[in-house]
Design a protein around this ligand. Structure first.
Ligand code: HEM
Length: 431
């Protein structure tokens, strides 16, 4: 119980104290689980873990997400069923298609920024949540009735807010431990309402295919030639809507928090964005996802033994990279706690010591989408507003669903910039 509470309430200090006491590999016993979870941070062990496509999923992911996403969600399937879906769902997220989504991000962010209070403190995280929800809805459903999109956005946001609280997370764990009713079942009514709305969209695409991601899912065929049925498409849509927006919003909020607390980095980034350059912007996003990884764990249940630090973990063990610890190893990242995008200017991160998107055959299919969205959104914000911190201390980490997010919502003060900058024509601006 004590370990679970510390994990829920003070996750980073819990991880750091485990590292100090036990080193890079240790096991944690969470309330409600039969077996402990082994956490590791050694890059070689992470490479070996993610390199074996036979490993399965630990039970935590399934019981936390199944009532919300549905049983056939890509995030929850295993083995051949998983790979077959993954093949169907990857094409819309291929790197080359990202350009098509850039203008959507730019437009949605620009509209939102215009509603920000000028010179008054406000929380950026909720703004980013509504921006990324709107972006993923537009990418998935394309041009659809705006009123319908707003209704769907409201319900999806409510579902997420309802599942976010620590009380609920603890309730779920207690119900597993003591057999009480699972509090997640009360979310079923909301999920049913959302399903009904998704059914309308699916039927429309079947009758009249378009360019959006939903049309691609409807048209996709398994190797045997059969399509996904409607119930499955609903699960995959929920997966994309939920996996695709909360995470990216949180990544953006953390990036803003880091930027406003590192004025030299912010200044350099603004100058680069004004000059229409991308390299430093890319490095800022990579460094932010290193120092503030949004998803703390992306584990596997071993299908075969795994060698770690001279020990052999037997098949059946639940193992996960402790992503925050893997990203702050002094042997991989000099001055590991410093926010220094420069470290990624000359070279891209190594796949075994930079794992914000997990790895191997389950690596996040939206990684390119998320990084594109973060870059385009940041550039658009910085062209339009000068930002500064609204409080003295950096954000504390709080849990929200499966993510680690800024506890105070990232409060900043934004001031409108010279309109020349906002035109985004790449001219350097006097400031
Ligand atoms: C900063 C933003 C994001 C972060 C940090 C993130 C992180 C992750 C992580 C850690 C996993 C588990 C990987 C594993 O087990 O190895 C994952 C899986 C997944 N993510 Fe993301 N994600 C982000 C954005 C997105 C977006 C934008 C989408 C879709 C539009 C998306 C869709 C998915 C899906 C469908 C999976 C399941 C993949 C599979 O099991 O094969 N994610 N993500």
């Amino acid at each position: 119980m004590a370990q679970t509470l510390r994990w829920l309430l003070r996750p980073i200090s819990f991880l750091e104290s485990c590292r100090r006491r036990f080193g890079g590999t240790f096991s944690v016993r969470f309330l409600g689980f039969q077996t402990p979870m082994v956490m590791l941070s050694d890059p070689e062990a992470i490479r070996a873990l993610y390199g074996n496509p036979e490993h399965r999923l630990p039970p935590g992911r399934t019981f936390a997400l199944l009532p919300i996403l549905g049983p056939r969600s890509l995030l929850l399937l295993e083995g051949r069923d998983h790979l077959a879906r993954r093949r169907l769902m990857l094409p819309p997220f291929h790197g080359e298609r990202m350009r098509a989504y850039e203008s959507t991000v730019r437009e949605v962010v620009a509209r939102d920024v215009e509603t920000w209070p000028d010179g008054e403190p406000f929380a950026v995280h909720p703004r980013m949540q509504s921006v990324t929800l709107e972006v993923i809805l537009r990418a998935v459903f394309g041009v659809t009735d705006p009123e319908r999109r707003t209704r769907l956005a409201d319900r999806v946001a409510r579902l997420l807010a309802d599942t976010a609280s620590i009380g609920l997370q603890l309730g779920v764990l207690l119900s597993r431990r003591f057999g009480a009713p699972d509090p997640l079942t009360r979310l079923q009514a909301l999920r049913l309402q959302i399903d009904a709305m998704l059914d309308v969209e699916i039927a429309e695409r079947r009758a009249d295919p378009r360019e959006d991601i939903l049309s691609m899912l409807v048209a996709a065929r398994f190797e045997g030639g059969e399509p996904m049925d409607d119930a499955e498409i609903r699960d995959q849509l929920m997966t994309l809507l939920l996996a695709g927006h909360e995470t990216t919003a949180t990544g953006l909020a953390w990036t803003v928090d880091l930027l406003v607390r590192h004025p030299a980095v912010l200044e350099r980034l603004v100058a680069d964005v004004d000059a229409g350059e991308q390299a430093y912007l890319r490095a800022v996003v990579t460094e932010s996802l290193r120092l503030r990884p949004v998803v703390p764990l992306a584990g596997r249940r071993l299908a075969a033994p795994l060698r770690v630090d001279g020990h052999v973990l037997p098949a059946g063990t639940d193992v996960t990279p402790a992503i925050w610890l893997a990203h702050t190893r002094a042997d991989r990242y000099p001055e590991p706690f410093a926010f220094r995008p420069e470290r990624f200017l000359a070279s891209a991160p190594a796949t075994s010591s930079w794992v914000p998107f997990g790895g191997g055959v389950r690596r996040c299919i939206g990684a390119a989408f998320a990084e594109m969205e973060m870059r385009v959104a940041l550039a658009e914000i910085l062209r339009r507003r000068s930002l500064r911190a609204a409080s003295r201390s950096a954000e504390r980490v709080a849990r929200r669903n499966v993510t680690f997010s800024p506890a105070g919502g990232t409060r900043v003060i934004a001031v409108a910039r010279d309109p020349v900058a906002a035109s985004g024509d790449g001219d350097r601006v006097r400031r």
